[in-house]
Write a protein that binds this ligand. Structure first.
Ligand code: FAD
Length: 632
């Protein structure tokens, strides 16, 4: 008898088990093979645009993925560095063996967590409550809560050209009975597809023909616990496809399971296969291919950008057409995998299945793609299982608080028909969700829930104090236009004609706090400010400057979020008749299909226009008025 059973030891399962067992629950984690815990099925990297934000959010809540990425990272880079801080995404190239080993050994050390090799074939439910699982072989295991994180394994079918092999991912069996068990519980399942590129023997590549791709000169870790800056130990490379590559692909499309009709599942729009890209962007004669080591001592390279399920002989020709790969030896051919998923619009914001108490789903089973998306969901399901265990209110992160909130809200409100990937453009309050503010936004909440304590909590408290002191000092600094100050600021090309705050000065395009401080130091000015800013790390200082620099926009987004939240929370009580004057037949059809529970959910249904939302708001207000009148 356990408090919680987690099915799956991938990125969602590991995170869920980490949170729940550290919060004191007795947890059993069941996986097809303990060897594969924390395995990176595809690219050996963590983070990137929007995905990096998710990892930092996991760190701010007290999670595991940030620690693993720092421990296994071999090249660190902040993507979008030239753009605003809100859309910069930290990314780490990782050693895939080290990554999985770190996750596994860390989980093995957790006192309340038991790891088992076992295949779950059935979820046991009695009177709308889960009570355990049945394993292949007939044994049962009992718990009042279960988190299912089975990734791409449910009836997984792998394709390389005309060859089809049953399996969840290369060399691993698929999961058979669980899909039927979920269906029997009333859940609707669909079929999706994702793919992976070929891996190449590094010794067969001519690196002199590739462009090197360096890590950042000042690598930054994902976790606040990683105090020493990470070291870039590996180099990545860039090559590109060319007309010959595209020619080979086009003339072999009939042998691609994607195009021959052999694959039924829908593939990821934002991570398409190379055959997809060549067909969709016909006028492009070249695509970048990022050549990434799978680890420090791993003999294979990962070709990021050419995921494919073309037959092996075609993959040979495609790879050998790339500059530097003329004599390349493929160590493992690329393949696509089709699998069952559960449409996530059947879940509550806690990721619990509607109507079945204690049954949570997280990760790729919910139609997402990506390690980070999986881990963020594992965190939400894990924390909510803990809160449910203690009969406490659930944790629901709003869209203006976290990318994780956007992810979960999109999934449960809209569902998905194709693999869902996190993108910065999915968040309407990007300025509020930068990586530099994760600890301010999320850690106090995690601390109040009791899931963030110990060393990490201490480090975060110290950081928040330093940042608050820094922000206060910036806000309290202003300049009077006396002769001396005016001349000094003029010399920095920051002229003032009236009393000006430092925050206002920082909003000017050419203002640099570093330059200002440097100059102030040499002239003995701004002593208080310099003292307050001295203890801040580079990242913390950048955060303080960004908050001041974008304060106007940030305030506006906060107000927008507040207004939308009021609307968002406007309930649509059942039964509600959507067929109302002013709403088109198409909008009514969509509203009837989704049956949103709040105006906010209605607003995010594709095809429900802002105009339709204001008409709906009007009808809801009228309903409310007539309800109030009838009560009088
Ligand atoms: P997984 O990491 O898949 O873990 C599933 C776990 O469930 C495993 O531990 C397995 O043993 C266990 N399990 C399954 N069934 C049972 C059962 N019945 N009983 C007990 N345990 C069970 N992501 C990207 O972002 N970009 C990509 O390009 C990309 N390409 C991919 C290509 C391939 C071929 C594959 C397989 C995956 C790809 N991914 C990609 C997805 C990425 O690997 C997943 O999103 C991520 O691993 C999902 O994490 P998860 O925890 O949901 O599931």
């Amino acid at each position: 008898m356990y408090d919680l059973i987690v099915i799956g030891g991938g990125h969602a399962g590991a995170e869920a088990a980490w949170f729940a067992s550290r919060a004191g629950l007795r947890v059993a984690l069941l996986t097809l093979s303990k060897e594969s815990i924390g395995r990176m099925s595809c690219n050996p990297a963590i983070g990137g645009l929007a995905k990096g934000h998710l990892v930092r959010e996991i760190d701010a809540m007290g999670g595991l993925m940030s620690l693993a990425a720092d421990a296994a990272g071999i090249q660190f880079k902040t993507l979008n560095r030239s753009k605003g801080p809100a859309v910069q995404g930290p990314r780490a190239q990782c050693d895939r063996t080290l990554y999985a080993a770190f996750v596994r050994t860390t989980l093995e050390r957790l006192e309340n967590l038991a790891l088992f090799d076992a295949r779950v074939s059935r979820i046991l439910v009695r009177r709308d409550r889960v009570e355990g699982v049945a394993l292949d072989g007939g044994q049962t295991l009992h718990a009042p809560a279960i988190i299912v994180t089975t990734g791409t394994f449910l009836r997984g079918l792998m394709h390389t050209g005309e060859t089809r092999t049953e399996g969840g991912r290369y060399g691993e069996p698929r999961s058979e009975g669980l899909s039927d068990s979920l269906r029997t519980l009333g859940l609707r399942l669909g079929r999706l597809k994702t793919g992976t590129p070929p891996r190449i023997e590094a010794s067969s590549v001519d690196f002199t023909l590739l462009a090197p791709d360096h890590g950042d000169p000042d690598p930054r870790p994902f976790s606040i616990e990683s105090k020493t800056p990470p070291i870039n130990q590996a180099l990545c490379w860039i090559t590109h496809t060319n007309e010959q590559t595209h020619q080979v692909i086009v003339s072999n499309l009939h042998r691609s399971p994607m195009f021959s009709g052999q694959i039924e599942g829908t593939g990821p729009r934002y991570c398409p296969s190379i055959e997809d890209k060549v067909v969709r962007f016909r006028d492009k004669t070249s695509h970048h291919v990022f050549v990434e080591p799978e680890g420090l001592h791993e003999p294979w390279l990962y070709l990021n950008g050419i995921s494919t399920s073309l037959p092996a002989d075609v993959q040979d020709t495609v790879v050998r057409s790339l500059p530097g790969f003329g004599n390349a030896a493929i160590a493992r051919y690329g393949y696509a995998v089709e699998y069952d998923f559960v449409n996530p619009n059947q879940l509550a914001p806690t990721l619990e299945v509607h109507g079945i108490r204690g049954l949570f789903l997280a990760g790729q089973i919910n139609g997402t793609s990506g390690y980070e998306e999986a881990a963020a969901q594992g965190m939400i399901a894990g924390i909510n299982a803990v809160l449910q265990h203690h009969d406490r209110d659930p944790l629901i992160l709003s869209r203006d608080l976290a990318y994780t909130g956007v992810l979960v809200d999109d999934l449960i409100t809209l569902g998905t028909e194709e693999p869902y990937r996190m993108l910065t453009s999915r968040a309407e309050y990007r300025l509020l969700l930068g990586c530099d503010t994760v600890y301010q936004r999320l850690s106090p909440l995690a601390m109040s829930l009791g899931i963030l304590s110990g060393r990490r909590a201490g480090l975060i408290r110290d950081r928040l104090e330093r940042e608050a002191a820094g922000s206060r000092a910036v806000a309290e600094t202003s300049f009077r236009p006396d002769q001396e100050t005016s001349a000094w600021l003029e010399s920095l090309e920051l002229p003032i004609s009236s009393e000006t705050t430092l925050s206002a000065l920082l909003q000017r395009r050419n203002a640099s706090l570093d330059r200002l401080i440097e100059s102030a130091r040499s002239t003995g000015r701004l002593e208080e400010l310099r003292k307050a800013l001295e203890p801040l790390s580079r990242e913390e200082l950048d955060g303080v400057v960004n908050q001041a620099r974008y304060s106007g926009y940030i305030e506006r987004q906060k107000k927008d979020a507040e207004r939308v939240r009021r609307d968002h929370d406007l309930p649509i009580s059942e039964p509600f008749e959507f067929n109302r004057p002013g709403l088109s037949a198409e909008v009514v059809e969509k509203l009837n299909a989704f049956r949103p529970r709040t105006l906010g959910q209605a607003a995010r249904i594709p095809g429900v226009t802002p105009a339709a939302v204001s008409i709906l708001r009007m009808h809801l207000a009228r309903n409310e008025q007539s309800r109030a009148a009838s009560q009088v």
